[in-house]
Design a protein around this ligand. Structure first.
Ligand SMILES: [Zn+2]
Length: 275
């Protein structure tokens, strides 16, 4: 499932091909939304943005398309006139003279007034966005020590979009490993120094993933691995998907566990279990 950095990159690509362009087609094939086809076609798209893992396409006359891809949804951008080869069900296509953006298989699509986005049931519950320009390390620290979150285990917290929006499963393993923290650790038991490192990594690693198309490994280490001819799938992560391989820091074998129903990778040398 794509995480915040993947959705944010997608929103940048959609923005490039759709914003301020004359629209040649807007076609919903999803639960009665076809009624909006004509109305939206006569407008311009003024913005495309992501909030956590949701995508918002805003139109000039005050309407927005909200979509959340859940597990199966997928956007594909092609040259206009082309149709992507896929067996997925088409939900929406927005075309300009040069490009068509197709949305397939998403199970949560709505057209709303842009002014009402703030009270949307999903968006209104999101915590600060890890990829939001205005999100600061202090805001993350405030969330960590808040009454609502301080007693929760980090393994659960780092998947909770109400804590910080945009994090997801690979980011969870990478953030915990780089912060030398076990998933059962709780913010209330951490020193100020550990909380600070964790808050910095929550923003820093997620932003690096956005800028590098998903590479969360240390970039110095990545250069060395690339020089040795190591493939992207092997240098991309510091710990995620590296089951039974040696830890880059202490050489112990990495293990895989299920934490809150999702796979998590950890090093028992670097991330000791709390007492
Ligand atoms: Zn280690």
């Amino acid at each position: 499932m794509p995480e915040g950095p993947e959705i944010k990159r997608l929103s940048s690509r959609l923005k490039k091909v759709l914003v301020d362009k004359a629209l040649a087609g807007v076609e919903f094939t999803y639960q009665g939304l076809g009624a909006y086809n004509q109305e939206l076609l006569s407008q311009k798209i003024v913005d495309v943005d992501s909030r956590g893992k949701a995508l918002i396409i805003s139109f000039s006359e005050g309407l927005s398309i909200y979509s959340h891809n859940q597990l199966y949804g997928k956007w594909l951008i092609v040259r206009s006139g082309k149709v992507p080869k896929t067996n997925r069900s088409q939900r929406l296509v927005i075309s300009t003279n040069r490009h068509s953006a197709f949305l397939f298989s998403a199970s949560d699509i709505q057209v709303l007034k842009t002014v009402d986005l703030g009270s949307h049931p999903f968006l209104s519950k999101l915590g600060p966005d890890a990829l939001g320009n205005a999100t600061t390390k202090n805001q993350v620290l405030e969330q960590l020590v808040s009454k609502r979150f301080r007693r929760r285990s980090l393994g659960a917290l780092l998947l909770d979009q109400g804590f910080i929006a945009g994090l997801g499963n690979y980011l969870r393993s990478e953030i915990l490993f780089n912060s030398k923290l076990h998933p059962l650790e709780k913010p209330m038991n951490l020193s100020e120094g550990s909380l600070d490192v964790l808050a910095r990594n929550i923003l820093g690693i997620t932003r690096q993933a956005y800028e590098t198309s998903g590479v969360t490994n240390d970039l110095g280490r990545v250069s060395q691995l690339k020089e040795k001819g190591v493939k992207r799938s092997r240098f991309r992560f510091a710990i995620f998907s590296r089951n039974k391989m040696p830890c880059y820091v202490c050489n112990k074998k990495i293990i895989r566990e299920e934490v809150n129903g999702r796979r998590l990778y950890l090093c028992q040398g670097c991330q000791p279990k709390p007492l």
